[in-house]
Design a protein around this ligand. Sequence first.
Ligand SMILES: Nc1ncnc2c1ncn2[C@@H]1O[C@H](COP(=O)(O)OP(=O)(O)OP(=O)(O)O)[C@@H](O)[C@H]1O
Length: 803
Amino acid sequence: MEQQQQQQQQQHRSKNRKRRSSITAKTLKSYSDDRFNALPWKQTISVEDEAFAPLLIGGATELQGGSYAVLLFCLLGFFSLEELDESEYGAVVPELSVEAESKKKRKRGGSDGGLVGDGDEPKKKKKKQKKKKKRKEQVSEEPANSSSSCVSVQEEARSLDGDAEREFDFYAWNELRLHPLIMKSIYRLGFKEPTPIQKACIPAAAHRGKDVIGAAETGSGKTLAFGLPILQRLLEEREKAAKPQNEIEVEKDNVGSSLRALIITPTRELALQVSDHLKEAAKLTNIRVVPIVGGMSKEKQERLLKVRPEIIVGTPGRLWELMSGGDDHLVELQSLSFFVLDEADRMIENGHFHELRSIIDMLPTTGGLVETHSQVSQNCVTVANLQQKKRQTFVFSATISLSADFRKKLRRGSLKSKQSMSDGVSSLETLSEQAGMRADAAIFDLTNSSILVDKLEESFIECREEDKDAYLYYILSVHGRGRTIVFCTSISAVRHISSIFRILGVNAWTLHAQMQQRARLKAIDRFRENEDGTLIATDVAARGLDIPGVRTVIHYQLPHTADVYVHRSGRTARASADGCSIALISSSDGTKFASLCKSFSKEKLRQFPVEDSYMPGVSKRISLARQIDKIVQKDSQDKAKKSWFERSAESVELLIEDDDSEEERVNSCKQKKNCALQLKNLQQELNSLLSRPLQPNRFSNRFLAANGVTPSLQHQFEELARQKRGESCLSEERRSKMVVIGQDCVEPLAALRGAVHENKLDSKEIADKQKNMENLRRKRMEEKKRLHEKRRKDRKRLKKNIE
Ligand SMILES: Nc1ncnc2c1ncn2[C@@H]1O[C@H](COP(=O)(O)OP(=O)(O)OP(=O)(O)O)[C@@H](O)[C@H]1O
């Protein structure tokens, strides 16, 4: 009886499921069929489905498993490393994600115009030229309303429509009424539902034509919140333009449109990232997105502009350089429909404002409807009526709400005219108004009172300034799991840490503004590729950089302002993941830290747990590394000085006479030898320390991989395991003999959560302490002054008495 009931229930459930999928499939299919039948697009862009191709990886990189379970041994008389078969351990072979695909593309130089170059330049160029030629041929062969293109688009849509489960999964997007081609990209990206800021902005910007000011926490999807409305409007306009009853001329050629959207970001890396992100979203449309940033070949970028892309993402400096140089595409701004300031609050700071203001001055005034005009250019006749809609202005950042004044003024609707703004006031409000932001702009402030992401766990380590290196090394070597970004305020600090860590064998890349652009991009790519990598950066990496898997952010030096702290910390805990930030606080950081806490309404912060038994070992290594670094630096400085002297002498054709005495020469030779010997000894001592675990007392000789395997040793084992994995001749029998043993290495977030004692830092207490210290100092100074004055008077009196 029971069995019968169960069977009935099961049948009922499966019927329901089928019905539900057929309903969703039908509705979505008929909707998309209708839309697709009306589509005028040329299907010249093929869909590469390599994104879904399986990727062969080995699970043996996952060497840590639990407390003691990690490294691999094969018990074959002696200990040797063997392959770890992931299927035996229940590991799943993952599919290549879209991210991985874009990474692959980038590696191939796909970041527009092969901006990231590599060794195979000529081959690539040839391939590219062939592709270009093919594309041109296709474009010229296919008419704008090509039925074949529609068929292939429909086929693709059907292949997606067929997957009823998938439609059901993405149901949350329906209310945003996005174009089917955009929806297809969203399926590919795997974004099941819009984020809150996307839900709020897309209807207002895409369907109601509003200007938008958007503030939402870091990593909340703001790029698509402004990117999707742009794509939606451009696609809708194309669709309308293609209908014969509109009697509107359509773009004649795929190559050659006017500039429709100008997106400005404060950093080059961010511009490239935004451009890549929008390209992914626009992949199935023929809307072109091009990044224009400094540090790259200007000529190449001019060539890219000749293709007349609809969307440009750029940094103010290079954009202005090309605009003031009279680039055709960039100065024809009459048809511009979107002007976007991403990370807007950064734009008003020094270094960006001047150029940005010049760009804004170039924008046509937007009083009501734009005059009907027909922009005729080489290859195209843009649709006059389509430009009648007003230009929309979008201003986005995670920290706009820190400038409350800006929001208040916009709410009041007291926007001044462009002419009255020639006072050079560098405020975000002024800038937005100048850019044409309307008084009825939609304002979405989704930030919470602390501005920081909920899933971010903040912590701190109180230490002396000179101990910061040691604590940083401690975090990276004891908890070096997941990607970590270390932020410094100065380039010299970045250089210092990176050279110390290089000596210590820590895998770290650097990023700062004085690096060549190519090296900057390379550093980011390498960091992306290494799942336990470390990036040591200045605040050039603080805003917008979206690298998945960043688990920890360390503030080696505290930032000067609250907004930078928010953006730095926001490199982790993105897109609903969690993460952890650790601030290293010395006594001189006290006031700054207290005021930061105050800005985010945080009264107490958790202390990051540090196992003291590690610290002697850590300090010893750091001390040796510093000594080595000092010798190496001095040597390279001497060499640089000498070569400069020789070069200068050579340039004026002078012969350098060695006027050192014999004794001096012998001494200098001796000194050099001593230095070399000292360096060798220090290096040897450090190497022997590095080969041992940080906690020698706990190291067991019985088990090679007890609690005390050093990260570098573990790395070596991992490498060996990887090599072994390559050898396919392993027998099943040998595989089954593998044992996984390893080190207890938990990532900082887990360590923070697992901390037994919850030490919290009271920001009020710190502020009070700081205040008391300042009072004491002031009193001492006053006392000193008083004494000084008294002594002076006494001396004067004495002098008078003598006279
Ligand atoms: N609807 C969505 N669902 C899931 N992930 C999304 C969605 N939209 C965007 N993302 C992903 O979230 C991540 C963060 O997005 P994005 O860089 O736009 O954030 P942001 O708000 O601009 O961050 P920041 O303020 O730091 O610049 C990206 O990896 C993006 O691909």
